[in-house]
Design a protein around this ligand. Sequence first.
Ligand SMILES: NC(=O)c1ccc[n+]([C@@H]2O[C@H](COP(=O)([O-])OP(=O)(O)OC[C@H]3O[C@@H](n4cnc5c(N)ncnc54)[C@H](O)[C@@H]3O)[C@@H](O)[C@H]2O)c1
Ligand SMILES: [Zn+2]
Length: 384
Amino acid sequence: MTLAMNGTNKNGKRALVTGGAGLIGSHIVDLLVREGWKVRILDNLEPNTHKLGKPAWVNADAEFMQGDLRQREVIAAALREIDVVFHQAAYGGYMPEIAKYVDVNSLGTALMLEVIREENLPIKKIVVASSQAVYSEGAGQCPQHGLVFPNVRPVDQLRRGDWVVHCPICGEATTSVPTPENAPVGGETVYGLTKVDQEKLVLLWGKQAGVPTVALRYSCTYGPRQSIFNPYTGVIAIFCTRLLNDLPPVLYEDGEQTRDFSFVEDIARANLLAATTDKLDGLPVNVGSGKGVTIREVAEQISDALGIKIAPQAKGEFRPGEMRHLASGTDRIQAAGYKPQVDLASGIGRYLDWIRAQSDVKDYFSEAETILRSKGIVHSVAKG
Ligand SMILES: NC(=O)c1ccc[n+]([C@@H]2O[C@H](COP(=O)([O-])OP(=O)(O)OC[C@H]3O[C@@H](n4cnc5c(N)ncnc54)[C@H](O)[C@@H]3O)[C@@H](O)[C@H]2O)c1
Ligand SMILES: [Zn+2]
C-alpha cells in the first residue's frame, strides 16, 4: 500500500493518527496537514460517538482508512510507510462496558506495538494519548506535611456525603495543588486503568525497542466536534446539551470538585510539540492549564454564555473512584515550550458557536444516567 494523499507534504513526514475522526484526533490531523505532513487516519467510526457516520470535518487532505485497530491486518496496513504515530483511538468515559475498554485501549495498544516489532516497521516516534485519569486523586497540600499524594476517597466516606480529601499521613483536610507527573499512578476507574496500561505499554516498549515515545496526560479536553451523541463525553458537552434542552446540568457530589480544562486546539499543538522535540522523549507529560475550575463554575459559565438561566442541580450523587480535585502540574511541558493559547471563556464561546450550528442536539444524558445508576456506577448518599 502506498501513502497516496493530497497533502503537499512540505516537510516529508508521514503520520498515522488513530482515532483521527474524533475530537482530539481530527484537530491533530488538521494541524499536521497545515504543517505540511502526509497524514493517514485510522478510525472505525465508533457508533456511540459517530451516530451519523463519517463526520464532515474529516480532513479531505488526509487518507481515511475506516477500520478497527484491534484487527492485526488493519493496524498493520495503517502503520505502513509511517514515521510518527499519534495514537488517539480509545473507548472512553464512564460506560459500563468493562471488557470493551480493556479490549480497545489496552489490547489495541499492545497489538499495535507487537505489529511494529514483528514487521520491523521503521516508526520514528509514538505519541500516545494518556489522561489525567491515571492519577488516583489530585495532589494536596497538608498544613503539617506539605505536598502529599492522597488516596482515592473510600466509598464509605462518600456515602456519608463527606467529599473532603484527607492527608494520607495525618488525616487533615488538604487543599488542592497542581499534580506533578511523579505523583503515584493508580487508575481508579476501568477507563483510568486502561490509560495506565496504554502509557506504560508505549513508554516501556519504546525504551526496549529504542523508539522515542511520549505519553501525553491530557486534562479534560473540550471544543468543537466533541460528540453531542455520546452522553459519556466531557462535562462541557453534556452541560451544553442539557441546557439547550431546557434541562438543568447535573452536578455530582456538591459541584465544588475542580478540573483542569484544555481547549482541543491546544491539545493538538501539544501533540505536534511532542512529536517534534526530543525533550519529552520517554516521559509521561501532563498537558493542561495548571488551573482547577469548579464544575459548578463551568455550569454557570455555560449557562451565562448561552443566556439560558437554569440553575444546576446537585442531588448528592457520586461516582466511586472519581477524583475530587485535579489541576495539572505543567512544568515539564512548559519547559519544552508549551503554552496554552485558548482560555476557558473563549474556548466555551468557540464550542457554543459550533454546537448552535448542529441540527440535532438531543439530551442523551437522562437515559445514560438511568443506566449508570442501575449498573452501580452512580451512587447516592445514604439517607438519614
Ligand atoms: N476528551 C478528553 O477530555 C480526554 C481527556 C484525556 C484523554 N483523552 C484521550 O484522548 C484520546 C482521544 O479522545 P477524544 O476525546 O478525541 O475521543 P473521541 O471519542 O472523540 O475520539 C476517539 C476516536 O477513536 C475512534 N475509535 C474508537 N475505537 C476505535 C477502534 N477500535 N479502532 C479505530 N478507531 C477507534 C472513534 O471512532 C473516535 O473517532 C483518547 O485516547 C482519550 O482516552 C481524552
Ligand atoms: Zn498531613
